[in-house]
Write a protein that binds this ligand. Sequence first.
Ligand code: FAD
Length: 375
Amino acid sequence: MTSIQNALIAGGGIAGLTAATTLSRAGISCDVVDLADRPAGAAISLLNRAVDGIAEMGLLEQCLDEGLAVSPQEIFAYFDAAGKPVSTPPMPSTSTSALPHGILIYRPILANILGRAAEEAGASVRTGVGLAGVRQTEDSVTATLTDGSERSYDLVIGADGIRSKTRSLILGDQVIPKYTGLTMFRWVADGVPDVGPIGHYESEHLCVIRRQRDGGVYLATGRSFPERPRIDAAQARQIVRENLRTFTAPLMCALEERLTDDTKIIVNDYDWLLVSEPWYRGRVMLIGDAAHATTAHLGAGGGMAIEDGVVLGQEFAAGGSLEAVFERFMARRFERARMVVETSVELDRMNQQGEPIVAQNKVRGQAMEALSSPY
Ligand SMILES: Cc1cc2nc3c(=O)[nH]c(=O)nc-3n(C[C@H](O)[C@H](O)[C@H](O)COP(=O)(O)OP(=O)(O)OC[C@H]3O[C@@H](n4cnc5c(N)ncnc54)[C@H](O)[C@@H]3O)c2cc1C
C-alpha cells in the first residue's frame, strides 16, 4: 500500500506522463501540469529497456502501430560520405527479453499515447499552466501554479525537463546545464526516395538518419561552437545545407534537394547535467531530464525518463514510507543515469574531436551492454 494519497507532477513530457500512469495505477491521485500548450519535437528512438517500460505500461502495441520497430544495430550503423558502410564493432544484442530492441516514433504521437494512458489511469492532465513555487511542511507540499492557484499535495514530482523550475526551487542554482559545444539541427523531410538505409553518415560532419512510419526522413546534424550560439531560421537552414554538401551519398543529396527557404529546422544545443544523490528534498522528487540530462549519443535520455517513471511507480506499489520509497528509487536509478550521462558526454567529446568511429562504437557498445540489464 502506498503511503501517500496525491501528487502534483510538474511536466507532461515523457517522464511526467509515464510517472502519472504508473503512480495512478499504484492508487495515487495525480495532477499533471505542463507549461507548453502542445507537445513538440521530431522523431525519437526508444532503445533497450525503455521498450520493456513501454510494454510494462501496456503500450507496446500502440507504439508499434504508430511507430516502427528498430534495432540499435540499425540506428548505430555507420556509412561514409559516399554512403558506403563502415565496419565498426557491432552493437551488442541489447535486451534479453523477447521484445523489439527499439521503437522509432514521432514525438507528438508518443506524447499522445502517454497522455491518453495517464488519463485512462485516472490522472488529470492540464496544459498551458506550470509550476511556479513550492512550500513544504513535514506533512505536505503546497504548489503554486503559473495561473496563481495553490493546492497542497503529499508529493510533488519535478519532471519539467533540463531547465527544470522544480529543480531551481529545491536546489537553487547548484546545478545548471552545461553546453557540450555541439548544437543540433533536426528536420523531418517528406517525399525522400528510399536511396539509403538509416544510420550515421559521417564526413567532416555527422548526419543521423531515421525513417518514420509515414515515410518521412528524420535528419539530425550537428555543428560545434566555442560557446552557446544564437541561430536564426535562415542560418539554421544554411548550416544544414553546408553539412549535407559535404556528402555524396544519394540520400544526403536527396535531402539537400528538398531543403527550401520554407524548411523549418529545430535547433537544440547539446547540454548536460547530473544532479548528485539524492534527487529529492523533503516531499519533492526530480525525475527525467530535470535530474539527469545528456546528449543523444546513446539515444537514451527518453528511455531513462520512461525507466524513472516506471521504477517510481513500482516502488510506490511496493509500499513503505515516502522516504523509504525515495531511497529505494535512488538506489535503482542513480548509477544507471550517471553511466548514461557520462558516457554520452564522452561520446560527444570523441565525436567532436574526430576520434575514429570504431573507438566511438566500442564505448557505445559497452554502455549498451550495461543498459541491457533490467532497470
Ligand atoms: C537533439 C536531441 C535528440 C534526442 N534524441 C533522443 C532519442 O532518440 N532517444 C532518446 O531516448 N532520447 C533522446 N533525446 C533525449 C530526450 O529528448 C530527453 O531525455 C527526454 O525528452 C526527457 O524527457 P523529460 O520528460 O524528462 O523532459 P522533457 O521532454 O523536456 O519534458 C519536460 C516537460 O516539462 C514542461 N515544463 C517545463 N517547465 C515547466 C514548469 N515550470 N511547469 C510544468 N511543466 C513544465 C515542458 O513543457 C515539457 O513538456 C534527445 C535529445 C535531444 C536534445
